[in-house]
Write a protein that binds this ligand. Structure first.
Ligand code: GDP
Length: 424
């Protein structure tokens, strides 16, 4: 038995979905342990192209059990829509291969609206929310003001609980934002239309995980976003509202005693960032346009153009440390093939002084990138399947990153397809 977590090292969108899809063949259980429908893991396989938001990426493998752990923001409406979309492309999804923790808190109908109302109130000070209700959801979860999936099986207590929550939440909706209150009929319609549909999937997933461990099965923990978006260790307040780190996986999965044997940290060969906040290595103008177009850097969930830049060694080294990565998957190396010279952000300049330490969030506002250039390879590498298929300049680039971030780059991805990978 061996457990593994696949996590993002940077700002998210590193290509975690394709990595999970690649390695799931060796794991019998795949668990999402944090976050909600606010991200999009792109997976391309024999069924087509998918942007998975909440479903674990193991859903495409026959005989893999997929679990949504207690740490996720479970939005019944979005989840069932996603299940329908995936099924429509021929993928079997049912209570046999998808399990929802009875301890997962539910994203209630007002959470998405509150996200929009708060971003509107913040106006030009907004954080760049994806408006999926994630921040209001986690605030309420930690105030113990939402319901657990398992409560759906206790209808009388559930209605009482929902009435209390409704009365409390309408104070904010009406008095703070001046918006229309939610009614008990709205909640009943939501229960009937969406929550009934998730009920067959709800289970004591802690027991399932314990049994899996006992039976010697391998468990894969799948994270959303990246270390720099972690609520505690990221670029606060431009983070997500959950913990994106591998060390949170046991808690958020339902198996708090789990040991994680390996942590695959996914790093993109250059940097991208969606939303607001400091992004020290950011490129602008034509240079940025070209990289964005070559890398198809538009959000999987929102379609927003992503901010782009060269690989950021300072931020990546920090991300590797936070994640406790044991191996790195470097993705999208093929995208850099058009560059004559490849820029690399090697250090930051903070208050006129160069540093290779990732600074405190406030100090990032005035940090500037120190850029150095490496030779490009200027040829198509998308057909490379072995390390020695790569041109010398590409190998040099990979080995340079490996040395600087202090972690072995085991996987080099040269295309979005399952087989476009070099395993060292
Ligand atoms: P995730 O949220 O971390 O899974 O990242 P995304 O879903 O945003 O994935 C990144 C995008 O890059 C997706 O469109 C993938 O299909 C694509 N992709 C992943 N790896 C590679 C690669 O090595 N080369 C290229 N060209 N595209 C890749």
């Amino acid at each position: 038995m061996s457990n593994c977590a696949i996590v993002g090292i940077n700002w998210g969108d590193e290509g975690k979905g394709r990595m999970v899809d690649l390695v799931t063949k060796d794991y019998q259980v795949v668990v999402r342990y944090q976050g909600g429908g606010n991200a999009g893991h792109t997976v391309i396989n024999e069924y087509g192209k998918f942007a998975l938001h909440l479903l674990p990426s193991g859903i495409f493998r026959k005989d893999t059990i997929n679990i949504l752990g207690n740490g996720v923001a479970l939005d019944p409406e979005n989840l069932m829509k996603e299940v329908e979309d995936v099924r429509a492309k021929g993928v079997a999804v049912g209570p046999d291969n998808l399990k929802i923790s009875d301890r997962a808190s539910l994203l209630l109908p007002w959470h998405r609206d509150l996200d929009g109302l708060e971003e509107a109130r913040l106006a030009d000070k907004k954080y760049g929310s994806t408006k999926q209700g994630i921040a209001p959801f986690y605030s309420d979860k930690y105030s113990k003001k939402t319901i657990l999936a398992g409560e759906l099986f206790y209808p009388e207590e559930l209605m009482e609980h929902l009435k209390d929550l409704l009365e409390w939440k309408n104070l904010t909706i009406e008095k703070v934002y001046g918006a229309k209150p939610v009614t008990i009929e709205d909640l009943k319609a939501w229960l009937d239309e969406y929550c009934e549909k998730i009920k067959p999937y709800v289970a004591d997933t802690g027991e399932i995980l314990k049994k899996a461990v006992k039976d010697g099965k391998n468990i894969l923990f799948e994270a959303q976003l990246g270390a720099l978006r972690d609520l505690d260790y990221g670029i606060i307040p431009y983070t997500t509202s959950s913990n994106t780190l591998a060390s949170f996986a046991p808690v958020g999965s339902g198996l708090p005693s789990a040991r994680i044997d390996s942590v695959i940290g996914v790093v993109k060969a250059y940097s991208t960032c969606v939303g607001e906040g400091p992004f020290v290595c950011e490129m602008f103008g034509e240079e940025a346009e070209k990289l964005r177009a070559e890398g198809q850097e538009y959000g999987a969930k929102t379609g927003r153009p992503r901010r782009v830049g060269p690989i950021d060694i300072v931020a990546t080294r920090y991300g590797v440390e936070c994640q406790g990565a044991t191996d790195i998957a470097l993705t999208k190396l093929d995208v850099l093939s058009y560059m004559e010279k490849i820029p690399v952000c090697t250090k930051y300049k903070v208050n006129g002084k160069e540093t290779d330490r990732f600074p405190f969030p406030t100090a990032l506002n005035s940090a500037e990138p120190v850029i150095e250039y490496m030779d490009g390879w200027n040829c198509d590498i998308s057909k490379a399947r072995k390390w020695d298929d790569l041109p010398e300049a590409a190998k040099k680039y990979v080995l340079y990153i490996e040395k600087e971030i202090g972690c072995f780059i085991k996987y080099v991805s040269v295309g979005p397809e399952r087989e476009s990978i070099i395993i060292r």
